[in-house]
Ligand binder design. Structure first.
Ligand code: EPZ
Length: 411
């Protein structure tokens, strides 16, 4: 592939920032929101709760003043992981929230015990009844929250609870992802006092009056990385614009190790490759380590690297199921517990495969771009959840890809 492509706004930032807008007493305007299915589900949830919402040209206007419900339905909440971000928000607004357990990619058990721990630490009573998280609090009071692991979701939910709690909350062992910092910046623009986002300890002085804000969402770190890997996979020469190179350092370092040329400045990243790759070892970590969401796309690329690569997935306990699909295309991979051993082959061969989750879908697209012959990917609804117009973006770079009946895409 050759040419220039721009990155959309961050999915995992937008799905945390949009619910936070309900904490204000006036409308917010949020720009650079990706036009993806998860965002459309959130819009349905906002309207169900009574908010007024407009969304066009990647800009969302939210008026929270007419919100009059605290119990979104399972039909909506069950369609994505981030739906439970509404629990701390509705708790802060109404003193009560009844939010179904979240959906999201099937990449592990994905419990919410750390979210419950954070909300309880600030005075909420939380229980799960029939698949619904019921939270209530007469008053939320700031305190220390010690997360057992740097959970992104629990950090978000603790932040969204803390801004409604009187006094100061310290979230220890917090996640440091770019979308955590973006949420902190949005909350600050609403009048909250949030310090330390991006470090292990986030301090929030809560109980303050929050007003609507104008905000622009950060570029999508994982879409940027997926485009970088796709460029390398096709022996390409691609300029990725509207990105934040510092968010990509773990992937850029890995691609350089593989022999891919990666240069960057300001808001662009240039990826060039001759189509041959050295094998490397990868271990997923929380930010700024190698992102688990890029493990699957990079593993697809490693199937044709020279030599054997070792990929260790430390974040989710079943994020290797997509390798079964890559085997259908000729990949030589073995999985031993949380480690995949990938022995490079000369070429992949196109086949009919399935996307088993969102980033697995991205991995299959990477594989399809490299394979000889046509690859048909079923279940691309996953891809549409998290990547905006991704087939169009790849086509604009010269890839041969078409989306049929929205159930499969052929390469
Ligand atoms: C967020 O999921 C992202 N989703 C995921 O992206 C991403 O893979 C993940 O963070 C890690 O970066 C959104 O932001 C909407 P975690 P989340 O809580 O919050 C365990 C994508 O493709 N854990 O950091 O669910 C958990 O089981 C998606 O965009 C607990 O044990 O991730 C997992 O093993 C996929 N108890 C690990 O921690 C808890 O209460 C990390 O989970 C919470 C998490």
């Amino acid at each position: 592939m050759e040419g220039e492509v721009s990155v959309s706004g961050g999915k995992n930032a937008a799905v945390a920032i949009i619910p936070a807008a309900l904490l204000a007493d006036s409308p917010s305007t949020i720009e650079n929101i990706p036009d993806i299915n998860d965002v459309h589900v959130i819009i349905e949830m906002l309207r169900w709760l009574g908010a007024r919402v407009e969304f066009r040209d990647h800009t969302m206007w939210i008026d929270p003043r007419t919100v009059d419900r605290y119990n979104p339905p399972y039909e909506l909440a069950g369609r994505m992981r981030a739906s439970y971000y509404f629990a701390p928000v509705l708790l802060g607004v109404f003193g009560r929230a009844e939010v179904p357990l979240p959906g999201g990619c099937d990449i592990g058990a994905r419990p919410i015990d750390q979210t419950v721990k954070g909300m309880c630490a600030l005075g909420a009573r939380v229980e799960t009844l029939g698949g619904v998280v019921v939270a209530e609090a007469d008053e939320l009071i700031g305190d220390d929250i010690y997360l057992d692991m740097p959970s992104v979701g629990a950090t978000v939910n603790s932040m969204l609870t803390a801004v409604s709690a009187s006094g100061t909350t310290c979230i220890h062992n917090a996640a440091k992802e770019p979308h955590i910092v973006d949420l902190a910046n949005f909350l600050s623009s609403m009048g909250a006092v949030v310090k330390g986002a991006g470090t292990d300890v986030i301090r929030i002085r809560g109980g303050r009056h929050l007003h609507g804000a104008n905000y622009t969402v950060v570029p999508d770190q994982i879409e940027t990385g997926t485009l970088m890997i796709a460029a390398a996979a096709t022996a390409g020469d691609v300029l990725i614009t509207g990105a934040i190179p510092t968010h990509m350092e773990a992937l850029s370092a890995k691609l350089l190790e593989m022999g891919v040329s990666v240069t960057s400045e300001d808001d662009w990243i240039h990826v060039k490759s001759n189509g041959t790759f050295r094998s490397v070892n990868v271990k997923t970590q929380g930010y700024p380590g190698f992102p688990t969401d890029l493990q699957q796309p990079l593993s697809a690329l490693l199937t044709v690297a020279n030599g054997t690569s070792i990929v260790t997935e430390t974040i989710f306990e079943s994020r290797f199921r997509f390798l079964d699909e890559l085997r259908k295309m000729g990949a030589n991979v073995r999985v031993i517990e949380s480690t995949a051993i990938i022995s490079g082959v000369e070429k992949l061969v196109g086949a009919r495969v399935n996307a088993t989750d969102l980033r697995a879908g991205a991995a299959m697209m990477i594989a399809g771009l490299m394979a000889d012959g046509v690859t048909e990917i079923g279940g691309i609804g996953y891809i549409l959840r998290g990547y905006e117009r991704f087939d169009e973006k790849l086509r604009s770079l010269g890839a041969k890809v078409e989306t049929m009946h929205l159930t499969e895409v052929a390469f």
